[in-house]
Write a protein that binds this ligand. Structure first.
Ligand code: FAD
Length: 332
């Protein structure tokens, strides 16, 4: 395994902010990863996938581990389903394309999400009424402190909305994920945008669904190669009954929906827009004009400038509506 020193992280994050990693390694197998963890036992550690959901505000004084495990293998199969193991470093959308082209159903709604396979369970990636947790049966990982191997069942992953045990503890490096996908595909109308895109097709095929999602996402979201960003910047806030009532007094048209015992969820994009921040630009940072939830980088290399803009949005939304927006993006 090659170990490099003082590595520039700008190409490794989709916000393209500059920072140096004092040590950088890319283990190709779980064994190499376990060895690296033991060798660098006294160093701080940061795991890096595709870098689509994080950015750097300062140099990292420790070891950045970029899992390099590749490979897509069928590990079990019957008439109804197939179980496929994919290495952490596999590019997510290529993996989805691989499954869709073979008629394996379950991941098609997650097409074009920028991710590595290894990061997909971390925040339980989701889109168009689907969450990756519904297809994951096992996650293989290495403990980031001890270097020991672990295998998690779906239940042990403790998935939640954009959440998992991996995100909550930060204790494991994922090396591979095993998915169970159905050999039968039946399109279910779950999402208005998608149904509209598929209008006129009586029974859409799995490939038609994937293509439709790719078209919608390409239209709606900024291309991070042209306009660096990390997707949705803030989580949709969950409110107590009192907070919900207070919000609806100020913004009667705010949509809120019940999320059971957990309270009421409302739209962060809506709050940002109402605070006057949709399409607003300050210096080299701004929100995307077609989607208030996405902060875009117009040319800065400084993560601190992005973090400063984030704080300004948080303060304004808090001042106007009494709600603190929490970042979904990781800031290092
Ligand atoms: C344009 C755009 C659109 C997006 N749309 C969506 C969307 O529709 N739905 C959605 O859910 N997300 C979306 N995202 C967010 C992003 O796609 C996901 O968070 C994705 O899983 C990030 O993957 P990554 O490999 O880049 O992880 P990174 O950004 O590199 O890492 C994210 C976190 O996971 C940890 N991590 C990464 N790999 C591993 C590993 N192997 N083991 C342990 N920890 C690891 C990192 O330490 C970090 O804490 C979008 C992002 C962008 C830029």
């Amino acid at each position: 395994m090659t170990i490099r020193y003082n590595v520039q992280l700008q190409p490794y994050n989709s916000f393209r902010t500059k920072a140096l990693a004092r040590i950088f390694c890319e283990p190709q197998t779980a064994e190499e990863l376990s060895d690296a963890i033991k060798v660098f036992s006294n160093e701080r550690k940061l795991v890096l996938g595709g870098g689509f959901n994080l950015f750097f505000t300062h140099d990292f004084d420790g070891v950045v581990i970029k899992p390099g495990m590749k490979g897509i293998t069928t590990v079990a199969e019957n008439d109804e389903y197939v179980e496929i193991e994919a290495g952490a470093a596999e590019e997510w959308d290529q993996f989805v394309g691989y499954c869709v082209s073979r008629g394996y159903a379950g991941l098609e709604n997650l097409s074009l999400i920028p991710s590595s396979v290894g990061a997909s369970p971390i925040q339980n990636i989701g889109a168009y009424g689907t969450e990756v947790k519904d297809t994951i049966i096992r996650v293989k990982a290495v403990n980031i402190c001890s270097g020991e191997y672990h295998e998690f069942s779906n239940e042990e992953c403790a998935f939640g909305y954009r959440d998992s045990i991996f995100k909550r503890t930060g204790r494991y490096v994922i090396t591979a994920v095993v998915f169970r996908l159905s050999k039968a595909f039946a399109y279910k109308e779950k999402y208005v945008d998608l149904s509209r895109e598929l209008e006129g097709i009586a029974t859409p095929s799995i490939s038609q669904v994937r293509d439709a999602i790719i078209r919608i996402r390409t239209r709606k979201l900024p291309d991070f190669n042209l306009l660096p960003n990390a997707g949705s910047f803030f989580k949709n806030p969950v409110l107590t009954t009192d907070e919900k009532d207070a919000l609806q007094k100020i913004l009667p048209d705010a949509t809120v929906y019940n999320v059971g015992d957990n309270g009421f969820k409302t739209s962060a994009a809506f709050l940002i827009e109402k605070a006057g921040y949709k399409g607003k630009r300050k210096g080299m940072v701004g929100t995307y004009d077609r989607h208030a939830l996405i902060i875009v980088n117009y040319g800065t290399e400084s993560g601190q400038e992005i973090a400063g803009f984030m704080e300004e949005i948080q303060q304004e939304v808090k001042k106007q509506f009494g709600i603190l927006l929490e970042p979904e993006v990781w800031i290092f």
